[in-house]
Design a protein around this ligand. Structure first.
Ligand code: NAD
Length: 454
């Protein structure tokens, strides 16, 4: 398997994919190792993860450079991702004792009742490339702390990162029979579906997530899916600082070249401020510095996958063919690498793919609305349900919109944001189950009910 730098299209390295025999062998190692790992006291497992957290610090520069080389995010964003991953790890090391401790729940006459939390067993984590440290930590860390062994299948676009994670976990003292990396493309992920895993945790596209859920359904094991989004953002007409809001929203669109599951994917603006908003937004978009992701002043790097360049160009031409107008950007950059200009389209509507299908790139459509009711109707017009955002001076007015959203997350005056303390979950085509928060600690264990009569 070739590892390609998306900013230069040059080969970084060639890596051997795991074959079926290798994957079965790794599974066997994890199966044998899991009871031993579960027998390690919870406090010791947490200490080993703390050690892993410590090891990230001196290695950050090298890890960030490797991440930028293989998937193209600007180097300062790679550093931010590592910092974010560290604080997520800390959340889990701080909170897990409390949420995994046995709970004495009730006493009924002579009978005492308690809940104990036990690991699921060997879990598969088939993962995405866009934030490999963040989405990786969401699963790997609570799974290991919970006493599971983990078969981690990084995306083929973030394999080097997957190997770094394994190296540092082992260095921290996590045994190799508690954590293994499955190296390869989709077919390797697919092979894991046939192995007798005790649970599947997937981060990736709706299409792959759905096929995984269907394939493993008859096993009756837990399946969690963190999938895509078409996240809407509504700008109300009571804003004081339209320029600042436009800058905020732009960042929510283009950060990580728009390749965030919770990136702002469609914008609705109240007619009273529409003209001023789009003018400021397009102006700030034109000023973004696009280019070499290793340059610390670059704001937008390349896309990670070659095929996505054409996909975005098709979305743009479909929209333009149906009457949209390009206000900024619109082209592929004339240089090596998978670069698409940050693009702003107006005169858009929901007959256009741009407003319905996940773009996963630095492009966005901005639609004018006449009322909050119209905004709500359009925001709800999606099969996805990951996040939705409202910008307004009034919390009451924003809250009335947020309450109507059928999404796992809502934002007031912010967007494209994840907190370790809050549950991260998508509805409908955006997923199934929850990571992060105490619920994302409990997602990796199963309760056992004890009825104890003295
Ligand atoms: P993808 O579905 O193409 O691939 C995800 C993983 O699945 C990769 O490791 C891939 O090798 C593997 N895979 C591919 N085909 C498979 C198959 N048939 N069986 C088993 N495994 C298979 O997704 P991607 O391009 O890596 O990620 C981008 C998507 O992920 C976007 O839709 C994004 O919104 C979503 N995402 C969601 C979240 C979230 O928290 N909700 C976070 C990050 C990314």
């Amino acid at each position: 398997m070739d590892i390609i730098n998306p900013a230069t299209e040059k080969k970084i390295m060639e890596i051997q994919e795991d074959d079926h025999h290798g994957l079965e062998n790794k599974f066997r190692i994890l199966k044998e190792g899991q009871p031993r790992w579960a027998a390690v006291p919870l406090s010791t497992r947490i200490d080993l993860i703390r050690e892993f957290h410590q090891l990230l610090e001196p290695n950050k520069g090298e890890l960030a450079a490797s991440l930028t080389a293989e998937m193209g995010k600007p180097i300062w964003q790679s550093m931010n991702e590592l910092k974010g991953a560290q604080s997520r790890i800390q959340f889990f090391t701080d909170q897990s004792q409390k949420w995994l401790a046995e709970e004495w729940i009730n006493r009924e006459d002579a009978t005492r009742e308690k809940i104990a939390y036990e690991p699921l067993g060997v879990i598969a984590n088939i993962s995405a490339w866009n934030y490999p440290y963040l989405v990786g930590m969401n699963v790997i860390i609570p799974a290991l702390i919970g006493g599971n062994s983990v078969m981690y299948k990084p995306s083929e676009f973030s394999t080097l990162t997957g190997r770094h994670i394994a190296r540092l976990l082992y260095q921290a003292g996590v045994p190799e029979n508690a954590f293994q990396v499955a190296v390869g493309k989709g077919a390797v992920g697919e092979y894991l579906l046939g192995l007798p895993m005790d649970a599947y945790f997937f981060t990736g596209s709706y299409k792959t997530g759905k096929s995984i859920a269907e394939r493993v359904a008859s096993k009756l094991v837990p399946v969690q899916l963190e999938l895509g989004g078409k996240d809407p953002l509504y700008v109300m007409d009571d804003l004081e600082d339209i320029h600042k809001a436009a800058g905020d929203v732009l960042e929510g669109v283009v950060y990580n070249s728009g390749q965030s599951c919770c990136a702002v994917e469609r914008i609705y603006v109240h007619a009273n401020i529409y003209d001023r908003f789009i003018e400021s937004y397009a102006e700030q978009s034109r000023q973004l510095k696009v280019g070499d992701p290793m340059d610390p002043t670059t704001q937008v790097g390349p896309l990670s996958r070659k095929a996505q360049v054409q996909f975005l160009q098709e979305q743009i031409s479909d929209a333009v063919g149906k009457g949209a107008k390009i206000l900024a950007g619109g082209r592929k950059l004339d240089r090596p690498g998978y670069f698409v200009e940050p693009t702003v389209l107006v005169n858009v509507n929901h007959s256009m793919n741009l407003m319905k299908d996940e773009s996963f790139g630095p492009i966005v459509g901005i639609q004018k609305v006449e009322s909050d009711e119209e905004a709500i109707r359009l925001m709800l017009d999606s099969e996805y349900g990951l996040t939705a955002a409202v910008y307004s001076r009034s919390f009451e007015r924003a809250e009335a919109v947020m309450k109507k959203m059928d999404t796992g997350t809502v934002y007031w005056n912010c967007c494209d944001r994840v907190s370790a303390y809050l549950p991260w979950s998508g509805r409908r085509h955006s997923g199934l189950g929850t990571t992060l928060s105490y619920q994302g600690i409990r997602a990796f264990v199963q309760p056992k009910a004890y009825h104890i009569r003295d």
